[in-house]
Design a binder for this molecule. Structure first.
Ligand code: FES
Length: 152
């Protein structure tokens, strides 16, 4: 059965923006949804003024997961880390002109991937980003030049 995707979703699925990785990223976060098994990893390059210079992603998941990660990275670029918290799953969905109800969780995964990357950035720099919580779906292994064990 075909899903009713908006043109924007199809555009970001067939031609996703910001696919790839950032070497020595300021923050990198990986999240997974245990039910569908989809995984998203987001890399952020953040400058000394806490502005997100670049964002890239790798997603192993459904078409909506790819479209939402693409849109989420587009939306956070150029924003401060604080402003990036406003890129919620709702904002991502709105920017994509909506998602079918069974695909709403894909946009949540995109929000969480951004949060996981911001969390990693905050941890690496010993700062607190007000309003940011570590996503429960965070499955980051912190294998990007950051050796702390975070057992929780
Ligand atoms: Fe789970 Fe899309 S079906 S992220």
């Amino acid at each position: 059965m075909a899903m009713n995707y908006s043109d924007k979703v199809m555009e970001h699925f067939t031609n996703p923006q910001n696919v790839g990785e950032i070497e020595n990223a300021s923050g990198c976060g990986t999240v997974g949804n245990a039910v569908c098994g989809d995984i998203m990893r987001v890399y952020l390059d953040i400058d000394e003024n806490n502005v997100i210079r670049d964002a890239k992603f790798k997603t192993f998941g459904c078409g909506a997961a790819i479209a939402t990660s693409s849109m989420a990275t587009v939306l956070v670029k150029g924003k401060t880390v604080q402003e990036a918290l406003e890129v919620t799953n709702k904002a991502v969905m709105e920017a994509l002109d909506g998602l079918p109800p069974v695909k709403v969780h894909c946009s949540l995964l995109a929000e969480e991937a951004i949060h996981a990357a911001l969390w990693d950035y905050a941890e690496k720099n010993g700062i607190v980003i007000e309003g940011l919580e570590k996503p429960v779906s965070d499955i980051s292994e912190h294998d990007h030049g950051h050796g702390d064990e975070d057992d929780e």
